[in-house]
Each structure stands twice: as structure tokens, then as C-alpha cells.
Design a protein around this ligand. Structure first.
Ligand code: ZN
Length: 467
């Protein structure tokens, strides 16, 4: 295994392969195969996202993969932002199509013609939908599993509201949902309002959700957009209000992708492999029977019954009863990052205990066999808390205030004064090869000067090298 500190890029690819997350040998570059363990992780995340959005009264839908060109082109900024990176279907069988089809890069232009049919009156609002599907982008930069791919496993919510304020309330709800999801995956993040030139094509504003990777670059894990009526006007999504007046709906979207998997690999993994957050680990506990010649049967039985007790309590557990040495089993499950390993042998049985080893910090000990369920739950909770705290600490340490352009640290997230004007912004980005991630969504106390023009400013901007 490559070392994480020395060469992040190689280390990352090594983990993806050795933990069995994805196979990039499929003969289309950037369209990778989800192999069983990787797909199990993604499914855990999807399941949790579904729970969250169902609980907040969003309805799951599933729209067609293809979008006719004329629908795709209705919102001018949107098409300008996307036409170079979409896949086109030009033929059906031997016939050239009159109207070419776009393979969805995102679903605004698939959904909104239908929303205009579905929404009639204010009683149809809010309309809150989401879907979990694959999207496609013709990525020309170097691809990397989960982080930059051409077929992207994607979550997207789309909502319609009577007013700009209601749409704004939706964004607040999205942020609360994000907070819960990020906690589950133990991922710290920043919420930054993107610059005008970096916002989603067609959006009124975009909030980028970024996390910091071990190579000092940031990874955008998702985004939330307020569209106002930018799409509802061209797509004619209107409702009749209480006074019989016809008005355009205000819209929002929230998107996250398989980059969440890329983020959790990068943020939590170490030189022994993955470290899975208990909240979304496919297996939270692995049980390894320590067999000796004389007590083989009793120990095997005890391990089975322990697995049953934990499974019945709703803990995701794997019993590794393969015919292999415990040492090689430890190694395999460490690579896969299973949060908690339990071992049971003849002596443990005599003493009424089960031995444990934590994947996150290597701590070892034993828990009473009688109280194994609450004992395991307590350790898993503690693992979650300490993984999040550690990741937050690392993220905090990567943010650095700068007030001069001399010797800018290259591996930090920079925080500095920016007057907000595009000239200063572009000058900063072009001269120093950093990307401005934006200004804080939640206001931060700040007094300083624009790092380019020197004008006094009262809110900071953030910039970083990005993945
Ligand atoms: Zn300025």
C-alpha cells in the first residue's frame, strides 16, 4: 500500500483497488464498474439520503435518461454551461434523429417541462421531489474513481415554491439535512456562496459544499442552488394564486454525488486502508472466531450466536468464518475499514468477554459478553464522534488567514479580504492559480482589506486549489 502522506494520488488509487470499491478497467474511460463493496457503501449512503428526504416530505421520482435538444436548450445560460460536456444521441437504429437527444448531465431540463404540466394552483405547492440516478458528463480532464468520472451516480432534489422566501426556507431545510448526512459520514465541510462566474448555469446563486482532502486541495461534494424564476419562466411553470393571478414558481435544487465516497476515502483512510464511518459502514462489526484445536466447535457456535445477537439488534455485522488465519482476516478487514473487530476465543468465553479492536485509533480491550449490544453501540458511537472531531480539527488546521500576496501557502484553504468585484477576483485567480470558492453562506465576523485593491471589506472570501 502506498503511503497517504507521500503520494496521495497513488495511495487513493491503491485503496480503491485493494478495498474492492471500483474497477476502472471497463473499456470506457471514466465509466467505472461499482464492485460489490463499493456499491454496498454507496447503497448505505443512498439509503440514508432516502430516509432524510422522505422524512422531509420529498417524493422520490425517476425521470427518463434522455432529454430532447429543444427542451435542453430553453434556458440559455444552462445550455451554454453544458453543451460542451454532454453526450448526444444522434441516431436511433439506422435513422438520424430529427431532434437530437441529450444524455442527462443533470435533470432540470427533463423535469421542468413536466412540472409545468403538474403544477396548476398554489395548492400543488410546494412540490418537493428527488431522484437518485446516474448522470453523464464528457469529462476531458484526467479521470479518478468517484472524484472525476464520466458516468456519475447522483442524487438531486428539485423543489418548486410560491415565493422566493419559501424557496429560501427550502435551502435552510437542505442545509439541515446536509448537516445530518455529513455527520453520518463524519465529513466536515464549508458552505460557500460561489462567485458569479462559478455558479451553476442558470442559478440565482449557488452554495458549494466543499471538504478538504489530504493533498491540500478541496473537493466539492455537492451544491445547493436557488433558481428564483430563472427556469420557471422559460419552462412556463406557473400556478394560480388565491386571487386567481398566474405566477411563476420559485425553484431550488440540491445535488450530491458519488464524490461523497471519494471524500470519505480521502478524509478518513490511512496507510492500512479505508476507515469507514460507522453510520454508513456496510459492516459495522466483523467477528473473527479464534479457533484452537480443542474448542473449535464451541467457539464457532459462540461466534455465530454473537453475530445473531448483534444482527437482531440492528447492527450490521459480518462473521468471518473462512478457513484462514486470524492475522490474514485482520488484514483484509482493515483494508475495508470495518470500524470494529470482535474476536472470540476459548479463553474469552471462559471469562465471559469478547475482545475488540477499533479501526480508527487501534485501541483494544474487551466487553462483557452479557452486555455486548450496548457495549458495541457505545464504542461505535464513540468512533463516529472521534472520527468527526478529528476530521474537523484537520479541516480547521488547513484554513489559513492571509493578508498579503507574498508567499501564499499552496496547500491551505486561504481566507482573505475580497471586495467582491469580478476584476479583483479574476486577477487573484489568474495570477495565483487559486480558485475562489466563495464567501461564507453563514456570515463570519471579518474586518480587512481587499487583497487586490485594498478597499475595506467586512466579509472574507475563501480560495483553494481544487481536486
Ligand atoms: Zn478589490
Amino acid at each position: 500500500m502506498s503511503m497517504k502522506e507521500d503520494n496521495f494520488a497513488d495511495w487513493y488509487l491503491d485503496i480503491v483497488e485493494k478495498a474492492g470499491l471500483s474497477d476502472k478497467r471497463y473499456p470506457i474511460k471514466g465509466m467505472n464498474v461499482w464492485t460489490p463493496y463499493g456499491w454496498k457503501i454507496m447503497r448505505q449512503i443512498d439509503t440514508y439520503i432516502r430516509e432524510e428526504f422522505d422524512a422531509t416530505e420529498h417524493d422520490e421520482v425517476c425521470f427518463p435518461l434522455m432529454i430532447p435538444e429543444d427542451q435542453f436548450a430553453k434556458e440559455k445560460d444552462h445550455i451554454k454551461g453544458f453543451d460542451e460536456e454532454v453526450y448526444w444521441v444522434t441516431h436511433a437504429g439506422l435513422n438520424e434523429l430529427d431532434v437530437r437527444l441529450v444524455v442527462r448531465p443533470t435533470s432540470e431540463t427533463a423535469m421542468y417541462p413536466m412540472f409545468s404540466l403538474w403544477i396548476r394552483s398554489h395548492q400543488d405547492l410546494p412540490l418537493k421531489t428527488y431522484q437518485i440516478v446516474n448522470t453523464f458528463r464528457y469529462e476531458t480532464k484526467q479521470t479518478r474513481p468517484f472524484i472525476r468520472v464520466r458516468e456519475i451516480h447522483f442524487f438531486e432534489s428539485h423543489t418548486c415554491h410560491v415565493s422566493e422566501e419559501d424557496a429560501q426556507d427550502q435551502i435552510e431545510e437542505d442545509i439541515q439535512i446536509l448537516e445530518r448526512i455529513a455527520k453520518k459520514i463524519c465529513l466536515p465541510y464549508t458552505l460557500l456562496i460561489r462567485t458569479e462566474w462559478d455558479k451553476f448555469p442558470g442559478a440565482h446563486y449557488t452554495v458549494g459544499i466543499d471538504t478538504s482532502m489530504p493533498n491540500g486541495r478541496t473537493l466539492q461534494m455537492g451544491s445547493i442552488h436557488h433558481y428564483r424564476t430563472n427556469f420557471s419562466i422559460p419552462y412556463e411553470i406557473t400556478y394560480e394564486d388565491e386571487n386567481g393571478e398566474h405566477k411563476h414558481v420559485h425553484q431550488t435544487t440540491f445535488g450530491m454525488s458519488e464524490r461523497l465516497v471519494g471524500a470519505l476515502i480521502g478524509v478518513h483512510g490511512d496507510d492500512q486502508g479505508l476507515v469507514m464511518p460507522p453510520g454508513i459502514a456496510p459492516f459495522q462489526v466483523v467477528i473473527i472466531p479464534i479457533l484452537s484445536k480443542k474448542n473449535t466447535e464451541q467457539v464457532a457456535e459462540a461466534a455465530k450466536s454473537l453475530a445473531r445477537i448483534l444482527a437482531d439488534a440492528g447492527i450490521r455485522v459480518k462473521l468471518d468464518d473462512r478457513d484462514a488465519r486470524p492475522g490474514s482476516k485482520y488484514y483484509d478487514w482493515e483494508i475495508k475499514g470495518v470500524p470494529l473487530r470482535l474476536e472470540i476465543g476459548a479463553r474469552d468465553m471462559e471469562n465471559g468477554v469478547v475482545a475488540f479492536a477499533r479501526r480508527d485509533n487501534g485501541e483494544k480491550g474487551s466487553i462483557s459478553a452479557e452486555d455486548v449490544v450496548p457495549g458495541v453501540r457505545m464504542i461505535l458511537d464513540d468512533i463516529s464522534e472521534s472520527m468527526l472531531a478529528r476530521a474537523q480539527e484537520v479541516q480547521r488546521s488547513r484554513i489559513q488567514d492571509i493578508d498579503s500576496l507574498e508567499d501564499i501557502p499552496q496547500d491551505k484553504i486561504l481566507r482573505f479580504g475580497w471586495c467582491g468585484c469580478p476584476e479583483c477576483g479574476h486577477k487573484f485567480e489568474d495570477t495565483y492559480d487559486f480558485k475562489i470558492l466563495g464567501t461564507p453562506y453563514h456570515p463570519e465576523k471579518f474586518e480587512g482589506k481587499c487583497i487586490i485593491c485594498g478597499k475595506p471589506v467586512d466579509k472574507p472570501a475563501y480560495a483553494a486549489h481544487t481536486m
